[in-house]
Design a protein around this ligand. Structure first.
Ligand code: 13P
Ligand code: G3H
Ligand code: ZN
Ligand code: ZN
Length: 347
């Protein structure tokens, strides 16, 4: 099966009331973990690579790893998505390297850290949508800045995110603006700011509605019932993964993520893509630490990469099941991006 445009999967998810996890990857083992989880649960797949991931793994490796996944799993529709593109150039270079979906994150300027104004965001996002749709490629935009409603701080744990203090207004997507933004840019999906942030340190206690504004999702969904919403920073940071890391020599401070039940509420209100990276990173790190601690005499990378891959696979299976994407892969008719241009030409 060819890699498919993201819109194909998001539309199917909306028609059937489920959400799709979008997992970040940087290497072969992470791609394998996702594909094994998808095969076991019959799940369609969104794989995404950040700019950092592309730099780390190099586009040619990534592209061919994704083509290998498509070849090995002909019954699973797979999207390859650029996470947090910082400019139209970044998005186009992703498309040139086989990505079937791109995020133009115009909530921040090209430096990936200065909050941008609404007009700049519309301009760059619209430019990307116009170009990408002609190539059959889907586009995600972002309105509002990710960051903590607990501290009022932006976040930069992954090198991408606002560095300055942000107001509550900047940290919450405005429903009026969202409506205008989607109409003006033509995006396929909209990432919203509701108090989630990237990385492990999202909340200092189990989040309430004060700091995790799920009601915003409801309001935005009411205004935009046909727009696919995206939740970033949606790792749940499970206690058991923190415990494994710390048991085997790690030093993570106690922290709280986005509870799976809250994500499920979001999925009832239009959330179709849920970004998860940190949970997989933690699963991998915990598994590797365990091997190192228990069998320090080992030095074959396979001895720790296999359990690492397995631990990530279990996280992927859990999220695919919880978000409702399990069971759907073989029910989706694949369409390649070159065939999808006519879909975009018609909308
Ligand atoms: O939003 C993300 C990637 O864009 C990942 O979020 P987490 O850090 O919560 O996994
Ligand atoms: O955007 C956040 C993702 O977790 C990717 O992180 P990264 O930029 O460190 O690859
Ligand atoms: Zn962003
Ligand atoms: Zn993100």
């Amino acid at each position: 099966m060819p890699l498919v445009p993201m819109r194909l999967l998001l539309d199917h998810a909306a028609e059937n009331d489920y959400g799709l996890a979008a997992f970040n990857v940087n290497n072969m083992e992470q791609i394998q973990a996702i594909m094994e989880a998808a095969e076991e649960t019959n799940s369609p797949v969104i794989v995404q690579a950040s700019r950092g991931a592309r730099k780390y793994s190099q586009d040619a490796y990534l592209k061919h790893l994704m083509l290998a996944a498509a070849e090995l799993y002909p019954n699973i529709p797979i999207v390859m998505h650029q996470d947090h593109g910082n400019s139209p150039d970044t998005c186009q270079s992703a498309i040139d390297n086989g990505f079937t979906s791109v995020m133009m994150d115009g909530s921040l300027k090209e430096d990936g850290s200065t909050p941008a104004d609404y007009d700049y965001n519309v301009k760059v996002t619209k430019e990307v949508t116009e170009a990408a749709h002609k190539q059959g490629v889907s586009v995600e935009g972002e309105l509002g800045c990710l960051g903590s409603l607990e501290t009022g701080g932006g976040e930069q744990e992954d090198g991408h995110g606002a560095t300055e203090a942000l107001s509550r207004d900047q940290l919450l997507t405005d429903p009026d603006e969202a409506e205008r933004f989607v109409a003006e840019t033509g995006v396929d999906a909209l990432a919203v700011a509701i108090g989630t942030s990237h990385g492990a340190y999202k909340f200092t206690k189990k989040p309430t509605g004060e700091v995790l504004a799920m009601d915003r999702i409801e309001e935005i969904h009411k205004r935009l019932p046909n727009c696919h919403l995206v939740m970033h920073g949606s790792s749940s940071v499970p206690q058991e993964l923190q415990d494994i890391i710390n048991k085997y020599g790690g030093a993570m401070k106690q922290t709280y993520g986005v509870p799976v039940e809250e994500i499920q509420k979001g999925i009832k209100h239009g959330v179709r893509k849920v970004n998860v990276d940190t949970d997989n990173r933690m699963a991998i790190t915990g598994a590797i630490r365990k091997v190192f601690a228990e069998t320090p005499e080992k030095f074959d990378p396979r001895d720790y990469l296999k359990p690492a891959r397995e631990a990530m696979k279990q996280v992927c299976i859990a999220r695919m099941t919880a978000f409702g994407q399990a069971g759907w892969a073989d029910k989706i008719k694949p369409v390649s991006i070159d065939k999808f241009t006519s879909f975009y030409a018609a909308v």
